[in-house]
Every structure is written in structure tokens, then in C-alpha cells.
Design a protein around this ligand. Structure first.
Ligand code: XMP
Length: 512
């Protein structure tokens, strides 16, 4: 595998995804990892990521010096990573007078190994302040740009490489080839990491760990927990039981569909917990979004805890659908500043430590798109595999103001129409999310010569890569029109529909 040492770059995850697209397995670790530990992992190549630091900072992040001196495992430094190699090995880095940000042309001085198969001039993406002005001894320049005389360097004998630009972003169109050359041609990795090979290893690891014991899986009906359950079913069969808590804020027919699927196609034992009444009671009269979220998250844990305590002795293992970005984010704590809290996210994952389960997280090395591929390989229906994300607190955070069973019913109907129309128009998979929001105000309308005074609903449709940022979707007017007229005609409690034209930031995707 390849290991990426994270220096806090926004792009570390993208480097990881690009490597995996080349069908080579990789992991992102803190830059503090020791060379000893790296060697234990059968690592064939090391990438030092970019990052916001400068080598001149008082506490500039470094790496175990053996990584650069031992010369057995090839190292590629990207941006800050390159500056670090230069600084540590006796080259010279200067603080840039101004930040170079944007597209540039790279003139390749030496087009073997890293640049094999490329033209001598390629488009690249730069984003740096500092830059290398003198290379360490025995290094040679391999590329330059107009503003950056040493845009890349290498010492082939010691297998050390540096790129000032970012090969991982799509503004460097030939970047994937450069990454492929590093991991396959220079490091000697075999491109054979596929969903099928992942499954084979995951199943044998689960069997080895779980043996003949029983596993409980908390199910939300989303992609991740459903794929976990399908994977566990394949590995341990009847020893798997799933728990699904119906909090009353699911989409129309969703709870039934989940029960059908698990009883039918999947043939997995499912404990269905009808907790609707409890949840409605818990948030009765609450209108503050954060209070709503906290109460729902808390109640979820209470219900699960009660169920788990009943089952604890019989089920030593608890399976969760944790994904790799969650794991990376906790590791990135070394460099990242504490982020400002925007909202309390609630997941099936946030369970208390004092439940005495051994936790298994079979997807904790995968990105979302990889989970989808594994899901398809396992035969999970496309309807679930390509499902748009749905928040843990469900429709409750899309009903502004007080949440009542009646208002949930109204929103379920409107939401159903939004998704139905979007699917019919072929937009479902192109959007990150599309949904309706029920507003806490009424407006006047006229229907069949009669005055109406009823609810307003908003429609939100966004495109996004990872939900960190999102753009409002420029849906065709005809589609917005059919959504609006169907909602107003088919949902008597709604007489007005608005379309949300705000992006994230400054707005968030969900309204609460
Ligand atoms: P925001 O509203 O913060 O949402 O822009 C970003 C993404 O996260 C989803 N979301 C949640 N997912 N539990 C979840 O599992 C939550 O509490 C939660 N809140 C928001 C949201 O749907 C969007 O995709």
C-alpha cells in the first residue's frame, strides 16, 4: 500500500481517492507516524501532503527523519511536502512575496519516471506561498514554470521526489498519470485493489474476528449501514441481527420498505423498534433547531441503549457504518484547528462508550463512492446504493417550528412528489440531495374560487462533491413547475411552493 502523511491539506483526501482510482490501496496518517510503524505496514511508497504551514513556522510539522534518509521506500512530497524535503536535506526554501494560486504551465525538464509518457508542457494547478530556490545536493530539477524556477525535483538514487504543484486536483489534467507513475512505476504497487478484492479480504477478516459469535448492527436504512449489514450477512450469515429504530421522521413508506427488504431479498433478522411516540413526545413544543437535534440524538441513544442492554449478553459485537473520511478527520486533529461548530450532527455511530460491545467497522477504510461499488458487488439494490444522503434526525429538521405527526405526514407527501418528479426527469443521481422543507408560516391562496390559508413549502436541490460546499441546482423551469403544481394539487395542506436559490456557504444544505 501507499501511505499519505497528512500535513493538514484540504487535498489529502483527494490524493487518497486518486490513488485508489488507480486501484492501489492507500491510507492517510498523521505526519507524526514513525518510520518503524510505516515499515510494519508493508508500505511501498510515502506521500507527504501539502498543508497550510511554512517550514519557517516555529512548530513546523516535520516527519520522522528516517523517512528521508533511509532511501528504501520512495517518497513524493507535494507542495509543503516538497518544501519539507528541501529544507530537511540542506536545500533552500524562501518565503514567497505573494501567494501563487491558480493555473500555470509546467515545462518538463526531464520526462522519465514521474513524468513518463507526458508531453514536455502540461497544465498544472499551483497553490503556494513559499518555494524552493536551491535544491539539496544530488537533486536534479525535473520541471519549472514561469514563476517557479524549481517546480519539481528528484533524486532518483535515493527515490525522493518533489512537486510544487498539485497533481491530485482536476485542474492538473495529467495529474493522475503522474500519481500512477509514482505508485506503480516507481513504488512497484500492483493495481489490483478492487471492490471484489476488498470484499474477499473484509469477509475473511470478519470471520476471523467474530468466529461463531453474534453481531448486532444499528441500521438507519441509508447506504452505509445497509452495505455493512449485507457484508456481515455474507460473512457470518444467521449470526447477524439488525436493529432499526423508527423515530417517526422517516420518508413516506421508508420504514416499511426497509422491513420488506430485510425480510425478503436480504433475509436478515431485523429487530424493528417502533419508537415514534417516544420521539414525538420528546420534542413536543420545541422549535429551536439545536435543541431539537440534541433531544433527538439523545433519545436515539436512550432507545438504542435500552435495546442493546436487553441483548448485550447475546451479542458481543456491534457493527457500525463508519467511513474513512470520519477516520481521517479524527486523525487530522494533529494539524487542524478546532472547527467552529455549525450544527450537532447525529448519526447511528454516536453511541455511548459504556455499552460493552466490541465494535466492528468493516467500511472504515472506504470512501462513499467505494462503499457504493462494494454495495453493488454485494447485490444491494440500486435503489439503496444510489440513495441520496438523509440526515439522522430525518424530516424533523426539515419541519421548521414544532414537529407534530400531522406536519410530518404533510412533509412526507411533498417530499415524495419532489423525489418522484426528480427521478422521472432523470436528475436523481446528478444531485447530491433534493428535498422539501415545511415552513412555519401560512399564506393566502385561491383554489377553485375559494380562499385558502395554508402552509408554504420550500424545495431544496443541490449539487455537491462532499457536502462541505454545495451549489443550488439549476433545475429546468419545467421540472420546478411540475413539482410545484403536483404538490399544490395533491397536498391539500400546502398552497405555495418556493425554490431555494442559496449555496453553501453561506447557507447550509439542511435548513436546521
Ligand atoms: P449541512 O446542512 O450541514 O449538511 O450543510 C451537510 C450534509 O450532512 C447531512 N446532515 C446530516 N447527516 N446526521 C447525518 O447523518 C445529521 O444530523 C445531519 N445533519 C445534516 C445533510 O443532509 C447534508 O448531506
Amino acid at each position: 500500500m501507499i501511505i499519505i502523511l497528512d500535513y493538514g491539506s484540504q487535498y489529502s483526501k483527494i490524493i487518497a481517492r486518486k490513488i485508489r482510482e488507480c486501484q492501489v490501496y492507500c491510507e492517510v496518517h498523521s505526519h507524526k507516524i514513525s518510520y518503524e510503524k510505516i515499515k510494519e505496514k508493508n508500505v511501498k511508497g510515502i506521500i507527504l501532503s501539502g498543508g497550510p504551514s511554512s517550514v519557517f513556522d516555529k512548530n513546523a510539522p516535520k516527519c520522522d527523519p528516517l523517512i528521508l534518509s533511509e532511501g528504501r521506500i520512495p517518497v513524493l512530497g507535494i507542495c509543503y511536502g516538497m518544501q519539507l524535503i528541501a529544507h530537511e536535506l540542506g536545500g533552500e526554501v524562501v518565503q514567497g512575496k505573494k501567494h501563487e494560486y491558480g493555473k500555470a504551465n509546467l515545462y518538463i525538464d526531464n520526462n522519465f519516471d514521474l513524468y513518463e509518457g507526458l508531453w514536455l508542457e502540461i497544465a498544472i494547478w499551483m497553490s503556494h506561498g513559499d518555494q524552493v530556490i536551491r535544491m539539496p545536493e544530488d537533486f536534479q530539477r525535473t520541471g519549472h514554470t514561469e514563476n517557479c524556477p524549481i517546480a519539481s525535483f528528484s533524486n532518483q538514487k535515493r527515490k525522493l521526489y518533489g512537486l510544487q504543484f498539485h497533481p491530485e486536483v482536476h485542474h492538473t489534467p495529467k495529474g493522475k498519470e503522474i500519481i500512477f507513475n509514482f505508485i506503480v512505476k516507481i513504488c512497484g504497487c500492483k493495481p489490483n485493489w478492487t471492490p471484489a478484492s476488498f470484499l474477499k479480504t473484509a469477509i475473511s477478516e470478519i470471520k476471523k474476528e467474530v468466529k461463531n459469535e453474534k453481531v448486532l448492527c444499528a441500521l438507519s436504512g441509508g447506504v452505509d449501514s445497509t452495505v455493512v449489514s449485507a457484508l456481515l450477512k455474507k460473512a457470518i450469515g444467521k449470526n447477524l441481527t439488525c436493529v432499526f429504530i423508527d423515530q417517526g421522521f422517516m420518508r413516506k413508506n421508508e420504514a416499511n420498505r426497509i422491513r420488506e427488504l430485510f425480510a425478503g431479498d436480504f433475509n436478515i433478522n431485523l429487530i424493528y423498534v417502533d419508537a415514534q411516540e417516544r420521539f414525538f413526545k420528546k420534542i413536543k413544543g420545541i422549535t429551536d433547531p439545536e435543541e431539537k437535534r440534541m433531544k433527538i440524538g439523545e433519545e436515539f441513544i436512550r432507545v438504542f441503549e435500552e435495546k442493546a442492554n436487553e441483548l448485550n449478553a447475546d451479542f458481543p459485537f456491534l457493527a457500525q457504518g463508519t467511513l474513512y473520511p470520519d477516520v481521517i478527520e479524527s486523525a487530522a486533529g494533529d494539524v487542524a484547528e478546532t472547527a467552529h461548530k455549525i450544527k450537532t450532527h447525529h448519526n447511528v455511530g454516536g453511541l455511548p462508550d459504556d455499552i460493552k460491545f466490541k465494535i466492528i467497522e468493516p467500511l472504515n477504510k472506504l470512501f462513499k463512492d467505494e462503499v457504493r461499488k462494494v454495495g453493488l458487488e454485494l447485490g444491494v439494490p440500486e435503489e439503496i446504493v444510489f440513495r441520496q444522503p438523509f440526515p439522522g434526525p430525518g424530516l424533523a429538521i426539515r419541519i421548521l417550528g414544532e414537529v407534530t405527526p400531522e406536519r410530518v405526514k404533510v412533509l412526507q407527501e411533498a417530499d415524495y412528489i419532489v423525489i418522484d418528479e426528480i427521478k422521472k426527469a432523470g436528475y436523481y443521481r446528478k444531485l447530491w440531495q433534493a428535498f422539501a422543507i415545511l415552513l412555519p408560516i401560512k399564506t393566502v391562496g385561491v383554489q377553485g374560487d375559494k380562499r385558502t390559508y395554508s402552509n408554504v413549502c420550500a424545495i431544496r436541490a443541490v449539487t455537491s462533491e462532499d457536502a462541505m460546499t454545495a451549489n443550488w441546482a439549476h433545475l429546468p423551469y419545467e421540472l420546478i413547475e411540475s413539482i410545484s403544481s403536483r404538490i399544490i394539487n395533491e397536498v391539500p395542506e400546502i398552497n405555495r411552493v418556493c425554490y431555494d436559490v442559496s449555496s453553501k456557504p453561506p447557507s447550509t444544505i439542511e435548513w436546521e
